[in-house]
Design a protein around this ligand. Sequence first.
Ligand SMILES: NC(=O)c1ncn([C@@H]2O[C@H](COP(=O)(O)O)[C@@H](O)[C@H]2O)c1NC=O
Length: 523
Amino acid sequence: MKVTQALISVSDKRGVLEFAQALQELGVKLLSTGGTAALLRKAGMDVTDVSDHTGFPEMLDGRVKTLHPKVHGGILARRDLPEHMDTIAAHDISRIDLVVVNLYPFAQTIARHDCTLEEAIENIDIGGPTMVRAAAKNHGDEAGGVGIVTDPDDYEGILGELRDNEGALSAKTRFSLAVKAFTHTARYDSAISNYLTALTDDGGRQAFPERFHIALDKVQDLRYGENPHQSAAFYREPGAAEGGIAGYRQLQGKELSYNNIADSDAAWECVKAFDTTACVIVKHANPCGVALGDSPAAAYRKAFATDPTSAFGGIIAFNCEVDREAAEAVSAQFLEVLIAPAYSDEALALLAAKQNVRVLTCSPGRSGGALDFKRVAGGLLVQSADDATVAVADLKIVTRRQPTPTELADLMFAWRVAKYVKSNAIVYCRDGMTVGVGAGQMSRVDSARIAAIKAGNAGLEIKGTVVASDAFFPFRDGLDVLAQAGATAVIQPGGSMRDAEVIAAADEQDIAMVFTGFRHFRH
Ligand SMILES: NC(=O)c1ncn([C@@H]2O[C@H](COP(=O)(O)O)[C@@H](O)[C@H]2O)c1NC=O
């Protein structure tokens, strides 16, 4: 059925003029609301105001514009039922075959820090969702129905189909537009619910609403989950900042697996923590080598040297462009995924010879949402992201001996790495490189021992290293292990009941120790 009449009422006016002009050229009659009609008319278009169509003025500050049987009858009448068609004809209601609506910008309004409740309420669209839902419900079948367009990105495709299809939209297109439209209104209402249920009695907003709606967009189905007998998919938060792994672009290689994405996230978040050239190698969600370097290749070689055994089949991330030398260096090992903000042409040409390696670019910007989620059986733990940082000036030196400038630089490096190592985390470092990483142990003292053993296995000198501990030492035994291994300086949060005992142990062994005042647990 040919589209004869369209109603256009949009807040986001991007591309609407060109779309309306093209519709008019196709012979579609246009109805429109105040602001939208004014925009179209200013461009010389022939458009009928909805108020002239209904015989009722827009009223109540725009709260009532399109809420009228002349509009909703024209949308909701079933094209396949003669009785419906007779009824609208009897009431002089004409068919509206295409509805082009996007809603008041509620999410953008409440994102403003100075937004009042009154402003938020006024930005709850009523007439818009009513039309969107009506049109989506009446998307119809082969006999005809209504097309509902809520996304300016769809304008071009719609025009293409109308041109190719003698001015009609197929039932398939109308159905997929309807699905998108109901998703649009569901997301809109979720934002309203999240906002209102987070309001506090004193007019403030609590971070965690009483009811939490999360809307996610599927990025892709995955071949399987953490194990081959689990099914899986990857979802992205709409509107999340670009810098997270969910914004990845794959340049070559096999499809990413569930574990690839989880490990890539760990590697990418860790490498972004450094503001000079850095490389991170991750295995099973933990960094097994992190290093700074004068070039990406130099950083990689140091990171790899931490634990060549574990680096096999790892995920490698750089925070800078990968050049030919770095591409050559990483190609010498078996790796699953390579991530960087960019690659030189030479590097890409070289990597192309290893077609199985998944090569990704990610934006170096800030990562996703301000909230962190963790699934537990029957629920979800939600917390603010761990974005605490410490500056040298904030450190509290608690031992007799002060760290030397070199130790201090390595302590800061080690602390940054420890944040990305699963607890209990102990990280030995020297010269901007990890020397031994102890991760995910149930006891801190075991983590300290394992990290030292791993450094030995890699043939690295542990004497003279500095150490970061992601949380305080409950007893002096952990500190004693570090001292016996030959560490000379330690960074840790402090705050243990036995801090005095741990500080005394450090003083006894001439270790310089600094407290950050906060911990970096990662489970
Ligand atoms: N009240 C109504 O009947 C009504 N009908 C359409 N709207 C909205 O008004 C906006 C467009 O308004 P204008 O064309 O005046 O700029 C659209 O976001 C549309 O969703 C309405 N506004 C709010 O509820």
